[in-house]
Ligand binder design. Structure first.
Ligand SMILES: N[C@@H](CCC(=O)N[C@@H](CS)C(=O)NCC(=O)O)C(=O)O
Length: 121
């Protein structure tokens, strides 16, 4: 019963999200290429109808960020990777690959703050 309610709520969230998508920021093609380079080491581990993931995806959309998403529900191997390397099963989680390290950043607000900080560099 709970899973049915969760499924219906998830669909409602997805529909509302589609109906109220924010307007993406305008950029030149050159600016977008630069932004894509800044974000190419990022991937968002998520689930389609998770409200916190929707919140993060909306902000990425508004900021015009082309960040790879990994739906852990559809991809059990990636779910295992998230738990093993990130430390727990929780989405959204931003995987940040740096030259020396890979960081697994949990919490929707922190993920949003991270990409804002990245855009200011
Ligand atoms: N405070 C977290 C909450 C994230 C959260 O609760 N995500 C749920 C999915 S919507 C989750 O991963 N729960 C872990 C589980 O189901 O075991 C955030 O803002 O990102």
């Amino acid at each position: 019963m709970m899973s049915i309610i969760r499924f219906i709520l998830g669909r409602i969230i997805l529909i509302l999200n589609q109906l109220t998508l924010p307007k993406p920021v305008a950029r030149t093609a050159e600016q977008q290429i630069q932004i894509n380079q800044l974000t190419q080491q990022l991937s968002l581990y998520e689930m389609l109808a998770c409200p916190y993931c929707v919140k993060v995806r909306r902000e990425f959309f508004r900021l015009g960020l082309n960040i790879t998403t990994v739906d852990v529900k559809k991809n059990p191997a990636e779910m295992d990777r998230l738990v093993q390397h990130g430390g727990k099963f929780q989405v959204p989680c931003l995987k940040i690959v740096t030259q020396d390290d890979t960081i697994w950043l949990y919490e929707s607000e922190q993920i949003i703050q991270h990409v804002h900080a990245l855009l200011e560099t």
